[in-house]
Ligand binder design. Structure first.
Ligand code: NAD
Ligand code: TYD
Length: 357
């Protein structure tokens, strides 16, 4: 079996479901169930004996050795993290605690377990660390896309904490020989995306008749990857990636935020038109920019394509249509995640009177 951490979050849950249908190999899913972890993301696995869920912290140095000894995984895929840039600006300490301290403790527990394995199992073992393109910093309009050797220049507390975790993973390989793999992926979108992030926030706000808050001039550029394509990339790297290597994962879909919002509005205009006949675009509201907002991310994904033969299956047009359709069909899921804690966050982040830094 494999151990997946953070498997009740957006990408982790998509990965676990995808993994079980693609390979059938059992999964031990360790997740702390923070505000971002949602057992409903795993509802389709209810009663499936191949999925064992444990609520716990990657930094729990008592729990981890116990779980590893009991379940004997052949690999670890580490998704667990605090993941939202805006939250990291309000409160960086949780990010240091999970992404830096938690990753260190996880590495220590996994190293002790790995060192105790029989030779063949030790050689075949893998620790795959899931990271982000944000560790590379911000690009100018004419700069080449990030390659795996791009300098680390993280600008937000989130990206700095992820950069630290990447360095720790690298060091555990170079110093202790732990067989690690690291993936640095661009912005994901798709089903089960928590509506604090751009695309799901725009969909749920549009449907609720609320403003669509675009930071600054809306011309910041991100590269977008449909979550199922990220899952297939991770499966491929785990299967065939070279130990100690880093693989950038991206969708070749660089787009300014405002264009993303316009696309979401156009799809909603087509699939769920407003009763007054107006476009959802009329709800767009330009708001104060995010402090330290990175201008552009772009991923050069040639290494994973050329070495491992991975390519995204979705274009942005097909992926965003599936995503909007999924949110329209899952209004119950949306209603459940919009709990009291979610409302508190939205009030704090989007209140024009509040000091957002
Ligand atoms: P998410 O916030 O939706 O989910 C994170 C999950 O980790 C949650 O289920 C949460 O409960 C769990 N978690 C948090 N702290 C934990 C801890 N200490 N111990 C155990 N579990 C804990 O995040 P996501 O968008 O699914 O991202 C998953 C990973 O992929 C993260 O490492 C993130 O940095 C990385 N990543 C995300 C994106 C993106 O666009 N979302 C892009 C590139 C990389
Ligand atoms: P986000 O989904 O938070 O991902 P990240 O910051 O990790 O790239 O944001 C994507 C882009 O959308 C980013 O440039 C910030 C912008 N954005 C808005 O304009 N309005 C919003 O309400 C949110 C959440 C994000």
């Amino acid at each position: 079996m494999i151990l997946v951490t953070g498997g009740a979050g957006f990408i982790g849950a998509n990965f676990v479901v995808d993994w079980l249908s693609a390979s059938g190999e059992p999964v031990l899913n360790l997740d702390k169930l923070t505000y971002a972890g949602n057992p409903e993301n795993l509802a389709s696995l209810q009663g499936d004996a191949r999925h064992v869920f444990v609520q716990g912290d990657i930094g729990d140095a008592d729990l981890l050795p116990q779980l590893l000894a009991q379940h004997h995984p052949r690999a670890v895929v580490n998704f667990a993290a605090e993941s939202h840039v805006d939250r990291s600006i309000h409160g960086p300490e949780d990010f240091i605690q999970t992404n830096v301290v938690g990753t260190t403790r996880l590495l220590q527990s996994v190293r002790a377990y790995w060192q105790g394995l029989a030779d063949a199992e030790r050689a075949a073992f893998r620790f795959l660390h899931v990271s982000t393109d944000e560790v590379y910093g911000s690009l100018g309009p004419g700069d080449a896309a990030f390659t795996e050797t791009h300098r680390y220049e993280p600008n937000s507390p989130y990206s700095a904490s992820k950069a630290a975790s990447d360095h720790l993973v690298r060091a555990w390989h170079h110093t202790y020989g732990l067989p690690v793999l690291t993936t640095n992926c661009s912005n994901n979108y798709g089903p089960y995306h928590f509506p604090e992030k751009l695309i799901p926030l725009m969909i749920v706000n549009a449907l609720a008749g609320k403003p669509l808050p675009v930071y600054g001039d809306g011309q910041q550029i991100r590269d977008w990857l449909y979550v199922a394509d990220h899952c297939s990339a991770i499966r491929r790297v785990l299967q065939a990636g070279r130990v100690g290597e880093v693989y950038n994962v991206g969708g070749w879909n660089e787009k300014p935020n405002l264009e993303i919002v316009h696309t979401v509005c156009a799809l909603l205009d087509e699939l769920r038109p407003r009763v007054d006949g107006q476009s959802y675009r009329s709800q767009i509201s330009f708001v104060k920019d995010r402090p330290g907002h990175d201008r552009r991310y772009a991923i050069d994904a040639r290494k994973i394509e050329q070495e491992l033969g991975w390519r995204p299956a979705e274009t942005f047009d097909t992926g965003i249509r599936k995503t909007v359709q999924w949110y329209l069909a899952h209004s119950d899921w949306v209603a459940h995640v919009q709990s009291g804690a979610y409302r508190d966050w939205v009030a704090k982040q989007y209140d024009p009177q509040a000091n957002n830094a």
